[in-house]
Design a protein around this ligand. Structure first.
Ligand SMILES: Nc1nc2c(ncn2[C@@H]2O[C@H](COP(=O)(O)OP(=O)(O)OP(=O)(O)O)[C@@H](O)[C@H]2O)c(=O)[nH]1
Ligand SMILES: [Mg+2]
Length: 220
């Protein structure tokens, strides 16, 4: 009897293309970060806070993933960096093939740091390797402190967790220690920072994380 494992075939194919992307990006000396979160957790706001701080030191390219609209790409493009928008047309995550086609639209020798804003979704993006060097997850405190336990894969797959909208803490029932503890139970190696894209709190720590990460890759 023959069985068709569509999901597995898709993931195998994705893994192969992601491997090609990774080789290609490495060849051009590009460090790539995949930003993942639920809708509205603050990915674009983070990019808007990050790019002006880094663009004199790194030549930055951005891939914007959205179901539809180009509003995020326009916001980020106004900061004077190269942006390519992928509209997935309803697909709830980016995959390696989409990123592969985006890579053809950049002049790769003119980029040091590629920031990918994934589609807002707490589940599917974590299942698709894009060929990035690291996955960075944002969790907005407005989403609730039970999210690590309920959506473990994304926490397991991320190297860094940015707990965003910390400025809203006085008005939101969110136990930061519980969320951190439960995230670490899932992924003991995960680094965690509290940030606010509104007040700028914690953004310095995020910027130095990027700098350290880029340095580490340079020497490996
Ligand atoms: N109070 C507060 N609001 C924030 C913060 N970060 C982002 N926001 C607001 O949250 C909303 C969503 O932010 P975005 O940056 O668009 O979130 P996103 O993750 O890019 O959203 P999608 O691309 O739709 O998934 C906006 O109204 C932001 O102004 C923060 O640290 N504090
Ligand atoms: Mg966005």
């Amino acid at each position: 009897m023959h069985e068709i494992h569509v999901g597995e075939d898709l993931r195998d194919r994705n893994r192969e293309i992601a491997h090609e992307n990774r080789k290609h990006l490495k060849k051009h000396g590009i460090v790539t970060l995949n930003l993942m979160s639920a809708p509205g957790a603050g990915k674009t706001s983070l990019l808007v806070n990050t790019i002006p701080r880094l663009k004199d030191r790194y030549r930055i390219g951005v891939v914007e993933g959205d179901l539809q609209t180009s509003t995020d790409a326009e916001r980020v493009g106004s900061l004077g960096v190269d942006v390519f928008q992928i509209q997935t047309g309803g697909v709830c995550h980016l995959d390696a093939a989409m990123v592969h086609s985006a890579l053809h639209r950049f002049e790769l020798d003119a980029i040091d740091l590629l920031l990918i804003e994934n589609v807002g979704n707490l589940v599917c993006p974590a299942e698709f390797d894009l060929g990035e060097d690291a996955r960075v997850m944002l969790l907005s405190i407005t989403e609730g402190d039970d999210k690590p336990k309920k959506y473990p894969l994304m926490f397991r797959e991320s190297r860094l967790l940015l707990m965003n909208k910390i400025d809203l803490l006085p008005w939101v029932d969110f136990d930061t220690e519980k969320a951190k503890r439960e995230a670490r139970e899932i992924n003991p190696d995960i680094e965690i920072h509290d940030i606010s894209c509104k007040t700028g709190e914690g953004i310095d720590a995020w910027i130095s994380w990027i700098e350290r990460f880029c340095k580490r890759l340079e020497v490996t």
